[in-house]
Design a protein around this ligand. Sequence first.
Ligand SMILES: *Cc1c(COP(=O)(O)O)cnc(C)c1O
Ligand code: SF4
Length: 453
Amino acid sequence: MKDNRLFNETDASTDEPPPAFAAETAESSALQTSLFSSMPVQADFSRWNNWTWQMQNRIRSIARLRDYFPGLDSTGIHEAGAKFPFAITPYYASLIRRAERTDPVFAMSVPQMAELFDPACLKDDPLEEDEDMAVPGLVHRYQDRALLISTTSCAMYCRHCTRKRVAGRRDTCITRTRLERAVKYLSMHPEIHDVIISGGDPLTMSTEMLETVIAAVRSVKSVDIIRIGTRTPVVLPMRITDDLVNMLKKYHPIFINTHFNHPVELTPQAIEACGKLADAGIPLGNQSVLLKGINDDPHVMEELLRGLLKARVKPYYLFQCDLVRGVEHFRTPISKGIEIMEYLRGRVSGLGIPLYVVDAPHGGGKIPVLPNYIVSTSPTHTVLRNFEGQMVSYPEPGPHKAPHTGKTDRGDSAAGIWELSSGQHTKIQPQNCARLNRRETRKQTAAMLSPEA
Ligand SMILES: *Cc1c(COP(=O)(O)O)cnc(C)c1O
Ligand code: SF4
């Protein structure tokens, strides 16, 4: 019953035919082979930069992978690729440097044996989205937001995908009947102000079909903002055409969230695609997934976040890996995410720091997870620590009788936490603090920079 609620109802055949993306002609694979033996010098760039060409020429077999990587070890690829959908755009495949698991792009896109390992805690629908489906394809979990599954197709099937039960199951976009039902539900629920058009990847639909969906959602008066979740800037940046951005611009306020996981994905072409969207007035956010061996490293994460900011993309969420089947080899302990967040605070621009969240099993929604910054509390004071390990006491608003000893705080470091929570001292100061060392040298610096010097 549960499975029947998504995309295999009888109404699925009533209108728009699914986009014919899966075709792999002899001609196109011949071109693909020649492209790779001569790339990039003699590549046919007009085709390469055509997104439908990229879609039609996706790698979906070991034989095609071998065209790119002759020495490929294909153990497990067939088995895992048969279990979970497999397709890689030639563009994304061109970012692979080594045909090995240690290559982040390879690991995110090429099926592997480890996906078949099936611990009981991993589910098909870990977030219980099917249970929160108000009408087919519309997930209504939070009061003011709803998520519309507009297509089951993606340009590249991420090995870590949470929506594997949907993505790539059949390449189909939403039917008119379904869209009408979703719109009706939205109209009957004026508390929904934010609709997320998701999938699959909505930008694999034709611009016309996407416009039909956006216009339908936009027709609901109580919907304020429309968000689109898409990985195309990462795996198919040529999808961001002038036609597309001109269409999107008509339906503002539109926000886009994309999904970069590793700095190698921030190619000049991907950055240009983001720039185009930003120039169209679309605020861009990024949702990364914390993946073992790919971005579970503070320095890799820092490089990714800095690169995103330069591309005018605001890091929005860092997701703990969901408990979805086929991802056991990608999971990290939550402590790894906390370690990374600890590293980032105070080191990277606040604009560049995403919120680390665990999307709760059983559909409870996103739960923010932070290092502990509250050290202690009393009715009069909250003791906090910063990224340097400095402890400070924040006096709560009165009226209250702070147990002051009568002595005024001399600004020295307290003997212990109780002295802070009881209001006798205001800080505990670690030694060798870069920030305080800067204060020390400030006078010297000022003297050096002054014109008299
Ligand atoms: C993540 C999610 C949203 C959006 O949540 P935000 O925190 O506003 O980004 C909405 N609906 C569902 C079902 C989601 O999973
Ligand atoms: S683009 Fe999104 S929906 Fe599609 S496979 Fe990747 S994570 Fe899943």
